[in-house]
Design a protein. Sequence first.
Length: 114
Amino acid sequence: QVQLVESGGGLVQPGGSLRLSCAASGTIFSFAVMGWYRQAPGKQRELVATITKSGRTNYADSVKGRFTISSDNAKNTVILEMNSLKVEDTAVYYCNYKYVSDIWGKGTLVTVSS
């Protein structure tokens, strides 16, 4: 069973940057896709970015050019670099592991506010 542990959330001013990290433990399959989703208050959970083992990435239009997802396969870690943060980026960010089914981390809160 895969377990995910997120870290790196916090409070940042608009225009600032944050780095989220997700460490995966357990049996990680080569064809799994890992990524980040977020859920703002009163809204549905939405895709932020995903990455495959081969390094293929996918981003939500709202974060393209501002966020970068990367992975360290040797450490089973996925990183989300968030720049030029906006108030509307405020949400709980969840790490996701997708292989046959979805596994979620507990989430980390990102608050963008002046």
